[in-house]
Design a binder for this molecule. Structure first.
Ligand SMILES: NC(=O)C1=CN([C@@H]2O[C@H](COP(=O)(O)OP(=O)(O)OC[C@H]3O[C@@H](n4cnc5c(N)ncnc54)[C@H](O)[C@@H]3O)[C@@H](O)[C@H]2O)C=CC1
Ligand SMILES: O=C(O)[C@@H]1CCC=N1
Length: 266
């Protein structure tokens, strides 16, 4: 059975390895975790999960078949430089915004297997919508290993590298847009005098019902139109959203995410 190393043990790494450990059939013998900042945090994670914290990740590179780079994008070139002389036939998988396999390959020895996964935080409950793509040198068992990771964290779609750059905002970041939408609706609700707890209940239940109906019918146009009684109140609200460039606002937010990600600013 394979071993895997996570470089970076933050929020996305934890969401991913917790799901790997939750699978009915064990996927990895040992899950090594590492970071460069807090040994206390690693120890805390090792108390909660069946993972092996390591002080120097370079010590275990030879013992693993897959390495997940779950660190900030701007730090990954340095990690790839450190990794390069240690590569045998491990697959190097990044989850960083803005770092596709062509960038990984540029920093690694010729022939290194690489992949890029763009997950989201719903990985924590096995419900990430993840995008992924492989580099040029990935063999069948490395593809299976990667797809097993993807299946453990949710639903997945293979796309070309450029498409993942363009859709990072949509699957990676847009959950934050949804939560911001929730918070704004809650603000509106409390402005009418109900308590924050009541506002949270209304908005979360409304969103849950809407998302469940969408998952069932897969038809947002029909669902929107079913709410919009002809000549009724909802139409006035949709018109107000259109008048205030709701679509343009989302397009601009998506473009802002992608521009930041491509520049690997963080
Ligand atoms: N949070 C999210 O929703 C998503 C994040 N990502 C990507 O996942 C990566 C991590 O993001 P988060 O987990 O949100 O960040 P985070 O800040 O929670 O975790 C980053 C981790 O990297 C470690 N780290 C930082 N510099 C390091 C270095 N030089 N060497 C070793 N470890 C180092 C930190 O100690 C921490 O454990 C980023 O590249 C991000 O683009 C991708 C999709 C979604
Ligand atoms: O905010 C970020 O940079 C990452 C990338 C996608 C979601 N979170």
């Amino acid at each position: 059975m394979s071993n895997i190393l996570f470089i970076g043990a933050g929020r996305m790494a934890e969401a991913m390895f917790s799901r790997l450990l939750a699978q009915p059939k064990r996927l990895f013998k040992t899950i090594y975790i590492s970071n460069n900042t807090s040994k206390t945090h690693l120890a805390h994670l090792a108390e909660r999960y069946d993972v092996q914290p390591v002080t120097n990740w370079t010590d275990v590179v030879d013992d693993v078949d897959a390495i997940i780079l779950a660190t900030p994008p701007s730090t990954q070139p340095e990690q790839l430089r450190t990794l390069s002389p240690l590569i045998r036939n491990q697959i190097i998988i990044t989850i960083a915004a803005g770092i596709g396999p062509s960038i990984l390959e540029n920093h690694l020895p010729e022939g290194t297997a690489t992949a890029w996964i763009m997950p989201n935080t719903a990985a924590e409950i096995g419900a990430s919508m993840s995008l992924y793509t492989f580099g040029k040198h990935v063999n069948a068992s490395q593809k299976t290993l990667t797809e097993n990771i993807l299946a453990a964290i949710g639903t997945y779609e293979e796309l070309p590298e450029e498409a993942i750059h363009n859709l990072t905002a949509l699957t990676g970041s847009a959950p934050a847009f949804v939560y911001e939408f929730v918070l704004q609706l809650e603000n509106a609700a409390t402005s009418y005098g109900i308590s924050p707890t009541q506002a949270r209940k209304l908005v979360v239940a409304m969103l849950h019902g809407s998302a469940s109906l969408l998952a069932k019918t897969n038809d947002p146009v029909a669902l929107r139109d079913a709410v919009t009684t002809p000549g009724g109140a909802t139409a006035a609200g949709l018109q107000s959203l259109a008048d205030h460039q709701f679509g343009d606002m989302l397009t601009k937010a998506i473009e802002a995410v992608n521009a930041h990600a491509k520049a690997r600013k963080n």
